[in-house]
Ligand binder design. Structure first.
Ligand SMILES: Nc1ncnc2c1ncn2[C@@H]1O[C@H](COP(=O)(O)OP(=O)(O)OP(=O)(O)O)[C@@H](O)[C@H]1O
Length: 335
């Protein structure tokens, strides 16, 4: 294989959006911005286990997407100085899939299962025993001749992540020694996330620009970092200053309004208001009307619109609040 000639870029040398996201991930608890309480709780749990020389209790990370669950699972492994194995609930469709992952773990390893609420039922039952006794029962053979063979596992720490803690069966939830509830970030915390990321990207964004992006990031670091990259693109291409004006121009180009609502959020709000006269409207009707998955509406759009006070939930469905009507420049009908 010939080495790339000077001036020629090898494909590996080209940074991608994914590698940017990886580069922005905090690598330790002390670099992790915000979520003060969770950081302290986790620090204590990991510190005590290290003093005792044992594997820490299993950890459940619960909270909306993009708040740092994957990042925290990596930090847990790094802080413990052990390898990390990653899988996800949808990848575990049979107990055998889980048995294969568990039996390959080395002592002390961290196993991260993202979207753990989407794992197959049969695998969930296998996981109970694995979490409690570091054992699994493997079924050998079929029908009347089937027998279960116990298999000892290396002690490990499970880190489960879920956006829907309520969907986890109690026996599974109870086997986690600690549940971290990740909350949406305060604007000041997002400013910290953005300043750190701007520094790593070598992008001298002005303080007013940091504040402007933080206010539009829906309490979510992943969104903050994404908007930051779009603003950086804008200043690179247009040769403008990394200031508040560039932030406004770039984010308006990408349809992110001053409250952080994007095209889909506004579409959902508009449909409730205009097509259903402010609601109530059921989730599946709403999802079909905007042409999106009900899961996306329920786990991404709705929590944000509710937190912003633009919609509310009633027993008969979603309704637009007076603030929601006002956001679209309309007044709710007089009753
Ligand atoms: N506390 C934080 N400080 C700095 N950056 C953060 C923080 N939390 C998350 N990030 C950044 O946000 C991005 C998204 O975080 P991460 O992938 O860990 O979220 P997640 O909760 O696992 O999301 P999902 O559930 O969608 O997988 C990461 O690339 C990371 O750079």
């Amino acid at each position: 294989m010939s080495a790339p000639m000077s001036g020629e870029l090898s494909p590996q040398a080209l940074p991608t959006e994914v590698s940017y996201e990886g580069a922005l991930r905090p690598g330790s608890l002390s670099e992790f911005v915000g979520q003060e309480k969770v950081r302290e709780q986790l620090g204590l749990l990991l510190g005590a286990a290290q003093i005792d020389g044992r594997t820490p209790d299993h950890i459940l990370l619960a909270g909306p997407p993009g708040l740092g669950k994957t990042t925290l699972s990596m930090i847990v492994a790094t802080e413990l100085g052990v390898p990390l194995q990653q899988t996800s609930g949808p990848a575990i469709q049979h107990a055998g899939d889980l048995a294969a992952v568990l039996s390959a773990l080395t002592p002390g390893e961290v196993l991260f299962i993202d979207e753990i609420h989407r794992m197959a039922r049969s695998a969930e039952e296998m996981l109970y025993l694995a979490m409690e006794d570091f054992k699994v029962d493997i079924m050998v053979g079929k029908g009347a001749g089937a027998t279960s063979v116990p298999l000892e596992l290396a002690p490990f720490t499970l880190v489960g992540a879920t956006t829907r803690a309520g969907l986890l069966p109690n026996p599974l939830r109870d086997r986690f020694g600690f549940t971290a509830h990740l909350e949406y970030y305060a604007t000041s915390e997002l400013e910290g996330v953005l300043s750190r990321a701007a520094g790593l990207l070598d992008f001298p964004l002005h303080d007013a620009g940091v504040v402007e992006i933080a206010g539009r990031s829906r309490g979510t670091p992943r969104i903050a970092n994404r908007l930051l990259r779009r603003v950086r693109d804008y200043t690179l291409v247009h040769g403008t200053q990394p200031d508040e004006r560039s932030v406004r121009a770039a984010l308006s180009l990408y349809d992110v309004d001053e409250h952080g609502l994007d095209r889909l959020d506004r579409e959902v709000l508009r449909i409730i208001v205009e097509r259903f006269a402010g609601g109530p409207v059921g989730l599946s009707t709403l999802a079909a009307s905007v042409g999106e998955e009900a899961e996306t509406i329920e786990s991404v759009v709705e929590p944000f619109l509710m937190r912003a006070g633009l919609i509310a939930r009633s027993p008969r469905g979603r309704i637009a609040t007076s603030l929601g009507w006002a956001h679209l420049g309309m007044a709710p009908p007089a009753h």
